[in-house]
Design a protein around this ligand. Sequence first.
Ligand code: C2O
Length: 346
Amino acid sequence: NPIVPPDLTKCKTAEAPTLDGKCCPPYTGTETIVDYDFPATAIRVRRAAHHVIDDEDYMAKYREAVRKMKELPADHPWNYYQQANVHCQYCNDAYDQQGTTDVPVQVHYSWIFLPWHRYYLHFYERILGKLIGDDTFTIPFWNFDNPAGMTYPQIFQELNSPLYDPERDQAHVKPDVLMDLKYTYGKTAGSGFVGQELINSNLDYIKKTFDNSLPLPELFMGEQLRAGELKENVSSGQLEVIHNSVHMWVGPPETTYHVNMGNFSTAARDSTFFSLHCNVDRLWDIYRHLRGNRLEFNDPDWLDSTFLFIDENERLVRVKLGDCVDANRLWYMYEQVSLPWLGKLP
Ligand code: C2O
């Protein structure tokens, strides 16, 4: 059977020492769950973070939207930290699946990783747009699969900006330090390459990931996970593995919990999170196009999985996984940038 949302009245202490395990939502129990109305806006274009940095009008809007989100009452479901807590709830085991007491709702490590995060970004972006009265607002993607975007996005590094977070790896967030898509914490951190060799290693890694997984969606997306099954029995997709490296690369290596970006429970408290995931989402979109938009899994246990979110009208809404596989349905698309790794595909 497909994964269903948890009973929201049963949120418990999360497996997260960072926040004392406290990341439950401000839920009163009186909210009605309604099916989400997909907004019929004009197609909204998500642009690359290294491009929007030169668009001062856009940057002013982005900062303003996040500033407003941070200024909302702490218990408002749109509050910046409440939005970040959503990630903690579904990653750090704040809920059990309905009808179980020991199978957490977990949105990583399986075939629901990409769709759940697609919706999470969508609602976050729609709320930001609402806060500044701009129905066309989009979040930018960190174009780390292109040499032009292979360094830390400097839009997040302006001091005194609401997008700034001091808890990052200071050795990595400089404008001229190349990222390593094989980075992990520990002694043998990463590919071992520098300069042009590191760029090539990153591009080859993306190429290989697509190459291997184009015929086999579970390799790209993550293995099948059905209601009541434990994530321990399935493997993450290769795109998720790359994404884990980016999380670690931004989080400070020397601290116990690598807060913020290096820890699931706090990652979404850093705005970088949304641009990292925006690119992950974009790579999924490219993957679909390369497969001729064929459905990855023609299986109701995937397509009929449902999730709950607070939407841009402050309603508690239910969404179905199958409704987001085509990004057009959510009325956004990605700015076209070159894909230097694609030419390397056989
Ligand atoms: Cu929900 Cu980047 O992880």
